[in-house]
Every structure is written in C-alpha cells, then in structure tokens.
Design a protein around this ligand. Sequence first.
Ligand code: ATP
Ligand code: MG
Length: 563
Amino acid sequence: MRVQDLFGQTLRDAPSDAQIPSHKLLVRGAFIRQVAAGVFAWLPLGFRVLKRIEQIVREEMDRAGAVELLMPVLQPGDLWQRSGRWETYGPVLYRLKDRSDRDFCLPPTQEEMIIMLASTEMTSYRDLPKIPYHIQWKFRDEPRSRGGLLRGREFYMKDAYSFDADEAGLIGSYEKMVGAYKASFERCGLTAVQIEASPGEIGGTVNHEFTQPCAAGEDRFVACENGDPTANTEVAEGRPALAYDFGEASASPERVHTPGRVTVADVAGMLGAEPRQLVKTMLYKAGKEIVAVVIPGDREVNEYKLRKTLGPVELLKDAEFASSGIAKGFSGPVDLGLRIVADVLLQGARNLITGANEADYHLTGVVVGRDFTPDEFADLILVADGDLCARCGGKLSIERGIEVGHIFQLTGEDYIQRLNPVYTAEDGTQKPLYMGCYGLGVSRAVAAIVETHHDDRGIAWPRSVAPYDIALVVLAKDSDNVVDALEGQLEAAGLSLLVDDRAGVSAGVKFADADLIGCPLQLVLGKTYAAWGMLEAKVRATGEKFEVDASADAIAAALQRCP
Ligand code: ATP
Ligand code: MG
C-alpha cells in the first residue's frame, strides 16, 4: 500500500476537543474521524486495526468453543417492551419508528435478541451447552461521550451469551470465557486485569471486569500490594489503617460556634481537629423518605453501596433543605429525627465532631451509641489509597483503568425472567436456562491499546494489531523497481508494507508521519541503500536503529525485534 493511495490526511494538530492521547493520535494519524459526538468514521488505517483486533477476539472465542453469528442492529421495540428494558434503559436506548409507526430500537446490548433466537434454535438439553457470540455495532446515547473511542455512542462490541442446563455448566462456560478474554487481551498487547465489579444495567451477582491500567482511564480500581484479587472501587472492600476512636469525650456534646464553616476542612481547621474526627451527615431521598447517611469526615460515600442498602437514592436538593428546616452544611445525627444509616467504621466511635442541626454551630465530644444511635450500620464508603485489604491486610492503592471487557453470570434478573429462557430437560419438563453474558469492547480496545503504546511523536502499535507491519520511507529517487520487488517479496512472506514514496514531501514529514502512524518497524530506503545496498531500520517502540539487508528474510527477522 502506498501512502498516497490511502484515504485520509495526517494532521499536525489534534482537534481542540480531544483531551486524551488516544483520541488525539488516532485523529491526527488519520485512523478515525469524528462525525458527531461519540460517532466515528473509520478511515482505512483505523479500519485495519479494528479488523485485526476483531480477528484476534474471534479466534479466541472460537478456540473456547463459542460459535459466531450476527444479530441485527435494527430491532423491534416489542421485544424490548416484553423484557421491560424499553423503559428501564431510559434515555440511553436509541428508539425510532418505522413508516407504519411501529417502535424499533438500536441495541445497546443483545440479551433480548439472543433469548428470542434461543427459544427456537436451542430447545432441548441435547442442544446444550452453547455459547453464541457476535461482533456488532452497539448504540448507547451516552450522557458524556468524550474520550474519543473510549466512550462512543456507536461502538463495536463482541458480545457472547452462554446457555447451560445447570449452575456447574454456567461456571464452566464462564471460566472458558475468562480464558478467552485473557488470551485476547494479551495478544492485543494489553495487560488488562480481571477485577470484581458491579453489574450495572446487565444485572447478576458474579461478574468481572477486565480493566487496562492506564492514566486516562475513567474507571477506578483497587489493587492490593500482595496481589490479592482486585475490585472496581464501586464494590471494593477495605478498611482504614486507623480506627475512628478519638478517646474519652466530655460528659455530653458541647455546642461550638463555627460561623460560615461548612466544609470538613474549614471546621477541622477552626477547631484544630483532624478531618477524620468529623462526621459528614448527608441527606438523601430514598423514595419518599429522607435518610441521613453518616460517614467519617475524611471519606466519600460510595453510591453503589448506598443503593444496595437503601435502593435508589438522590441527594437532597437545596430547595428541599429549605422546606425541611434543616440547616444545609450544619446537619448532624444528634437529635435529628430522621432515619440514620451510618458507616460501620463509626461503630463505637468516640469524641466526634458533628453538625448541630443549627446554622453556624457544630457539636464536639459526640459518642456513637450515647448521643445518637444509627438505625443501621453498613459499609457505605469508597475505599481510599492506603486502606488495608479485607482479605490479607496488605496495603491497597487506587489505580485508574479502562474497562475493556465485562462478563456476568446472570441469576434470573427481572428482564431475563420476563423473556423466560427455558429448555426441555431429559425428563420432558421445561427448565430455566442458566445464562451468562460476556461483552468485550473492540473499538474501545483500539483506544486502550493506543493509551498504553504511544509517545510524544505518535502511536507505537504492537505487531499483533498494527495497520501494517512495516513503514517504508523512500528517499532515494527512481527506486520504483526496488520498492515493487521488495513489496512483492514481503507480501509473499505474509508481511504488510506501507510505502511512503510521496513526491514533493520532505524527508522530515515522512519520518514524522511514520512515527505518528506507528507501524512497528520503519525502514528507510535512502543513503545507505545507494552506498552499500542496506536499508536503515528503526524499531518504532524502542527507537533501536540498525541496518538491514533488503531481503524478505532479513526484514522478517528485524520485525521480530519489535514488541
Ligand atoms: P462503562 O461503565 O464504561 O459505561 P458498561 O459497563 O456500561 O461500560 P458493558 O455493558 O459492560 O459496559 O459493555 C461491555 C463492554 O463494552 C465494556 O466492557 C466496554 O469495553 C464496551 N463499552 C461499553 N460502553 C461503551 C462505549 N460507550 N463506547 C465504547 N465501548 C463501550
Ligand atoms: Mg461494564
């Protein structure tokens, strides 16, 4: 392939809305073009990378015993109305009408469709187990589609669904998928870790995310210094190194004047206390009820855990504070008159500082169990850096990452039950199918790979997913015959070549483009070739330079030096 025959122009500057390296470099390198927020066209270079990742995933799914099919993008609304997710998916689901005013949608995921197909194609115990999968565009009207390919509103996903007769079968299928995911990510040059996670819209209990550790990632996960299984911060458990006990308190709480001090830091500063000695009393609406959520002052509420305790919740709005007569910024659990749910860390805590439920006043010397008694204790907080692992006591750290895959064992979620996936057992009765579902973000993986394989000058693709194996920069004049011969030999050896022999383009621009596009091996046909018949070679990822014979064997060997 000649650079001038590609479709796409490299850009010197990144678009102004691009914030993370993968978004900038993929646009600059002419891999993708943004068409609307979260919607991209795949230019030839990007398309080749996407297809290579897709093929790796396909091979690993097939190796694990899964079987590929293709389900449609245009889906009848009544299917989604039957599962109930037409409503519960909310504004994320793209809905449309056909000319006869019938409802359709663009699927964010495909449980509905696969269960519908399973009901005719896979009816007996003899058909089990089965793991159908497909690689298809998904659509989600994401509230914040930024970060380029990381969060598209149209994105490419491999999704698989396992069907088994019993739980042991489901666990077996799940383990096969774990193996396929690990192999896929490793082959793509990713080091994704398997972590415990929250199930989100999909439901289920046992579920894992595969997360690529990376500074630009939107996800936070907790890692243990001893290598214990890690978890998404939403579900991670850990405990702080220090107890929330601040010694003997006064005989009863003392009211102190704290004018205008509403933040933990301000109050702690004024009273000469540590932030952790304060408690935060946050008011949430849970249904019609207002509930006080009480946590240590140096901690943040984990809304996922809170929802597990209280169901759907919403922070009280300013206007609601006004009408309830509670002084915003000064609420506290003592004599509050509301249901109180406190974090377990506050069990038996002494000598705390709380709001006094009166503007500009706090209470000191508050003792849990003496001055207020929570209706319930629960684990409500986000694990913080330096906490101790719930399993081994090792130090935990908070890492950032990109969720590239998410797999679930389903356990009769409401929407699944409404679709009622069943099979006919050996005894002739209808039994429920045990289902798992397995998503892998193929287009997101493109971005995750760039996030982990780039430098200031551009992308450094791992060999396994590069758009072309080799970039050949042609500087010598009249070298068409040499280039053609080389291209023929390399193609015969199964290697792909991107030739930059553009006329009227400076050597500097060609080198910059080669670095930006990031083929693993760069070759230069220039001075050394004219003088003694050798090509100059550079490993894009490491910068290692050497000379190589202009033969397919020598070049294939040089490519082996590339990661
Ligand atoms: P996120 O938490 O990042 O929004 P999710 O948990 O909603 O993702 P899943 O329903 O688990 O996503 O989808 C399976 C996989 O599809 C994800 O692990 C991710 O790799 C990919 N994916 C999900 N949403 C997007 C998106 N908007 N753009 C690109 N890839 C996505
Ligand atoms: Mg997920």
